[in-house]
Design a binder for this molecule. Structure first.
Ligand SMILES: [Zn+2]
Ligand SMILES: [Zn+2]
Length: 380
């Protein structure tokens, strides 16, 4: 069967044949891939020639955002049946550490995990995949056409989950006892800045808006870019960051309420990410999800930085990957995004290609690009 990805020691993206996978264990499921989303990780791996192919292989299929349909199940599979629409998680645990042994491989302690389409394991840019039931999440019938967003939304879910868990240390951000970070109404009376209006930033902003957080989204695109339209569509506020210093960005978010409770970094721009830290509000939290590549050295006043983090009780936290629980949260919220934020997901898919058009998909250079979806086997 056809697969698209990397060949060892050969730059760029290529097509190659992979053997048709078969169910060999009772807990395995055969999935026909329907759609695969491409994201900044895919393009960044190619741009930087970062190859993470398994030692015993010469190729690795790319693609880690997918939706598919169950074709067959092993004898021991209980939660899935042929015909079910499904999404599959990305990381496969190290099998050693306690987080991995307890379905929390996103928090792996050894670093010996693998990741489909990213790190030493074939991804989903192919026609069929076999995997264990525990990594496969059923998609409710009405959501299959938007389920390709589950993986990126799960990354945003985890980041926001981290914020809420950590900030539960702070029950009194406002005068309302039901606005604590772990309550259903947690977003009320709170302000967030999302840095980066790519798919992850937009999804994070959408989740913040579902929680009624006053949300600002900063990027470096002009007002006529479709990203800006999407930001405004979800009643968030766009900030054109071009030519603005970090303190100006933060000041723009603080004009109304004073404090900036949350910064969600989703751009992977190392300098901007770090330069915002000195302008964090007191007792606030800053979650970083973008992963910059290469090196970048900047000057920082270390004493000032440490003084501020301590004196202001600030938290800067990194958040990577996601586990099954975040996929389940994402599917619930994808439905809410469609019903409560007016169907913005369709507009986020700016480009669609068939699997045999993969060269065009990877060569795409369009300033209005947000999300590319490759239709491996188009929905009816
Ligand atoms: Zn582990
Ligand atoms: Zn309140």
């Amino acid at each position: 069967m056809l697969a698209v990805g990397m060949l060892r020691d050969t730059p760029g993206v290529h097509s190659f044949e992979l053997p048709m996978p078969r169910i060999e264990q009772p807990d395995e499921v055969l999935v026909r891939v329907k759609e695969v989303g491409l994201d900044g990780t895919d393009f960044g791996m190619l741009r930087h020639g970062a190859q993470d192919i398994a030692e015993d292989r010469n190729e690795m299929a790319m693609g880690h955002e997918m939706v598919g349909v169950v074709e067959g199940v092993g004898d021991g599979v209980k939660s899935l049946a042929p015909g079910d629409a499904v999404v599959m998680t990305v990381r496969r645990g190290c099998g050693i550490c306690h987080p991995c042994l307890h379905n929390q491989s996103d928090m792996c302690m050894t670093g010996l995990y693998t990741e489909r389409g990213i790190h030493k394991r074939d991804g989903y840019l192919t026609q069929f995949v076999v995997d264990q039931e525990q990594y496969i999440v059923k998609v409710p019938p009405g959501l299959r056409k938007h389920a390709v967003f589950t993986e990126p939304a799960s990354i945003a879910e985890k980041g926001i989950d981290q914020i809420r868990i950590i900030q539960s240390r702070l029950p009194w951000t406002c005068s309302h006892p039901d606005h604590t970070f772990l309550s259903a109404e947690w977003g009320m009376c709170k302000t967030a800045l999302v840095v980066g209006a790519g798919p992850l930033g937009l999804l994070a902003a959408a989740l913040l808006r579902l929680a009624n957080v006053r949300t600002y989204v900063a990027d470096i695109v002009p007002e006529d870019n479709p990203k800006v339209h999407l930001v405004e569509h979800m009643k968030a506020i766009y900030i054109d960051a071009r030519g603005k210093k970090p303190e100006e960005l933060v000041q723009l978010c603080c004009v109304v309420g004073g404090n900036l409770d949350v910064i969600f970094e989703a751009a992977g721009a190392a300098a901007t990410a770090v330069e915002l830290i000195p302008y964090m509000s007191r007792s606030s939290i800053y979650v970083m999800t973008g992963i910059p590549r290469g090196d970048l050295v900047i000057q920082l006043d270390a004493a000032q930085l440490v003084r501020q983090l301590v004196r202001y009780n600030q938290v800067v936290v990194g958040s990577v990957n996601s586990n099954r629980s975040h996929f389940e949260m994402a599917l619930k919220d994808i439905e809410r995004i469609q019903t409560e934020l007016g169907g913005m997901l369709d507009e986020m898919i700016t480009h669609r290609f068939k699997l045999d058009e993969w060269e065009k998909a990877f060569a795409l250079d369009d300033p209005k690009h947000i999300k590319t979806v490759i239709e491996v086997d188009p929905w009816d």
